[in-house]
Design a protein around this ligand. Sequence first.
Ligand code: PMV
Length: 328
Amino acid sequence: MKAAAAIACSNVALAKYWGKRDERLNLPYMGSLSITMAGLTTMARFEPRTGTRSDRVVMNGAEAEPREGKRIVDFLDLVRAEGGIHGALNVAIDTNFPVAAGIASSASTFAALAVGATAACELSLTDVQLSVLARRGSGSAARSIFGGFVEWLAGGAEDGSDSYAVQIAPPEHWALGVVVAVTDAGRKRVGSREGMAQAVRQSPFFPSWLETHWADLDTIRQGILERDLGAVGAAAEHNCLKMHAVSMAAIPGLLYWAPATVAVLHRVRELRETGVEAYFTIDAGPQVKVICAMGQRATVADAIAAVPGVQRVLLSEPGPGARLLEAA
Ligand code: PMV
């Protein structure tokens, strides 16, 4: 074991992962596609811990809550098992945006943990292996291993060995702007894990979600390759609204939106009517992510920040994949 540090960005899914075919291994029913978001990062630092067999996990300066801490330690156990390594770690995890509120902090967290913990355990993994590993922590983390525009291939193998992400285009492929509207920075009530399980089991619309998802994914992938914002944006909005409709129709119904979430959706559509090409998407929380041409990001951000109920906006763009830092 040695000291190591890694950093990873969050990501925003344009074609969503929403439904697991295997809950233990985080294997999805569907492929998904995202943009890795520059500047919205999690840093994870590791140091060997002597004189004890248990890890210590500190998140944003405070001892991790038992449930969160266990999730991290379970993940470290996977890494140790992979390398046949024993030894406890001190782990410090710092995220620079609201955590567990639907901005995919689990994506940046587990991508940073995968890269950092394997280095701390002196394991050498390929990016694909890192993506498989990160997926075990949180599905969407499989995508944050890579930068730019990233597709997570659903795969079909029972052991999950073919369920990993690949980069379909690097960050510089397309100058897109991303504006995140924070409408409620508090913790979400139903996490994505429980939310998707509920949608799979309890929503009468789940089969149609699945059936129609692949066409959205193809349109979004093609649109990204052709830098066609209209095609990507329309398909991403459609995919997002379907994911939420499926969840609302579960029993009990899931409602991730706050009043200001809806207000932002209307504002985005009004912007389009005035010629500003902007499109929304929402993950398992009340925040809205808006994509637009980079040249219009400031205009979009100003318009969104002025919507009543929006607490603040975060600015992003396609960013880099997870990487090691000089160990502190
Ligand atoms: O990685 P998880 O288990 O937090 O699930 C993420 C689910 C969504 O953010 C709603 C969609 C996605 O593809 O990221």
